[in-house]
Design a protein around this ligand. Structure first.
Ligand SMILES: Cc1cc2nc3c(=O)[nH]c(=O)nc-3n(C[C@H](O)[C@H](O)[C@H](O)COP(=O)(O)OP(=O)(O)OC[C@H]3O[C@@H](n4cnc5c(N)ncnc54)[C@H](O)[C@@H]3O)c2cc1C
Length: 406
């Protein structure tokens, strides 16, 4: 899933010719066990009030919850620069949040978007999500989903590279790299052989970067990078895929309240290659180490029985096929002070640049952060050759009254 505020990812999709494969929706349907629905969607009011009528109408929040949310959003808007040493939980404790907003908004929407527990989220990252998804503009908060499998979505990137005389070598694990200062080039060793290059961008996950470090030239900055990487931590995401013999709901996607399963994506409704008379559902469980510890059968049984509490048709439908995908190292956490561990694109070595969602993009662990990191590494590489071009796409400008708040 992406959002309208993901300007660099959208730019990447445009460059690679797949932007029309994204299905956009600005409605977020929140469902309580038993089936009662509330819809968060923008109104025609100017930002930041565009979301207010829907919050006031939402039946999943009590009056006290709604006042608490409005208070927190206002504090987030007017509170100045968020303190990077403070956790979201600590901030919520001093901003009069109710058990309803903690469970049904902060844990469900914000903590699951950032894929970590509330006490493990640095305040600036939570504030960024709130501003982008709920305050800056209706366009920034709009949700995008791929209408094709991700392998098809990213095939455009391969065509883009090959059309520019580049090549992709699949299944090449980089094992070491050495800098030849006389020839001014890198020799990169993989299990299959050697590649030689004047420039190198390392775009690996943070653990893979840490694992490669002992096999790169040693220097003091490389030691500091190794120490920073040690402080980053991964969080799990589980997705349960269920194929039913009939359509179990008319909703395209939903947020499911008060249970382990958080996000429901009804992919057969917006992926044309699927059978539209049956339901192919993906259920996502974020930041839950308890759910990730379940066996395949336990996880699928629990997810299916919880889904039936929201959509009773599940009890009548036949489950034709199911799958569990557990990604124990799905995303890295953004706890307080995490920015001191995120490296810029400048590496400790000559003609080498760093990319990957974990580098210093200002964004949490997302595809947008990955796209930004690639653009920043490309800018740094161009700068090293005396070319000062800008590649990074600016943020979406706030609209309405949010323009006054910058
Ligand atoms: C289950 C799941 C759901 C997610 N959902 C979302 C979502 O809805 N929205 C969103 O924005 N983000 C989501 N994310 C996060 C998003 O996928 C990541 O932030 C993004 O893929 C990071 O991109 P990257 O290029 O930095 O790293 P990666 O995508 O991890 O790419 C790094 C690549 O390096 C390769 N590699 C590793 N070691 C070596 C080596 N030694 N030599 C050569 N290659 C190597 C890896 O195989 C991998 O292909 C999700 C992640 C997971 C796991």
């Amino acid at each position: 899933m992406l959002f309208g505020c993901c300007t660099n990812l959208i730019d990447l999709y445009k460059r690679t010719g797949v932007a029309d494969k994204i299905f956009w929706d600005s409605r977020m349907t929140m469902i309580e066990p038993g089936g009662r629905r509330s819809v968060l969607a923008p109104s025609s009011l100017p930002a930041p009030m565009h979301g207010l009528p829907a919050i006031l109408k939402a039946r999943c929040y009590s009056l006290k919850d709604k006042l608490a949310l409005i208070f927190a959003f206002t504090a987030c808007m007017l509170g100045g620069k968020p303190d990077p040493s403070r956790s979201l939980l600590n901030w919520l404790e001093t901003h009069l949040q109710t058990s309803g907003t903690l469970e049904r908004f902060w844990r469900l929407v914000i903590a699951s978007a950032l894929n970590a527990d509330l006490d493990q989220i640095g305040l600036p990252y939570a504030a960024k999500v709130i501003r982008e998804l709920f305050l800056n503009s209706p366009q920034a908060g709009s949700m995008g989903m791929s209408t094709v499998p991700l392998s098809d979505l990213y095939r455009g990137a391969q065509e883009y590279i090959e059309a520019r005389r580049g090549a992709i070598e699949f299944n090449q694990n980089v094992e070491s790299a050495a800098w030849d200062s006389e020839a001014n080039r890198w020799s990169i060793q993989t299990q299959e052989g050697e590649f030689v290059s004047e420039q190198m961008i390392l775009a690996l996950p943070f653990e893979a970067t840490a694992k490669l470090l002992p096999n790169l030239p040693a220097n003091a900055e490389a030691g500091q990078l190794a120490a920073s990487l040690k402080s980053l931590e991964h969080w799990p995401i589980c997705s349960v895929h269920l194929w039913f013999d009939r359509e179990i709901t008319e909703l395209d996607h939903a947020v499911l309240l008060d249970r382990d399963i958080h996000w429901m994506y009804h992919k057969s409704r917006w992926q044309p290659l699927r059978d539209s008379k049956a339901s192919y559902i993906e259920l996502v469980v974020s930041a839950s180490r308890e759910f990730a510890a379940l066996s395949r059968d336990q996880a699928i049984a629990r997810a299916t029985s919880q889904l039936a509490e929201f959509f009773p048709e599940v009890r009548e439908a036949k489950l034709v096929k199911s799958a569990l995908i557990k990604e124990m190292r799905a995303t890295f956490g953004v706890p307080p002070k995490v920015d001191s561990a995120r490296s810029s694109a400048i590496s400790p070595w000559p003609n080498c640049f760093l990319a990957g969602d974990w580098t210093a993009t200002g964004w949490p662990s997302t595809m947008e952060s990955a796209a930004r990191s690639g653009y920043l590494a490309a800018e740094a590489l161009c700068r090293s050759l005396g070319d000062s071009r800008k590649i990074l796409v600016p943020d979406l400008a706030p609209t309405g009254l949010m323009k006054l708040l910058g």
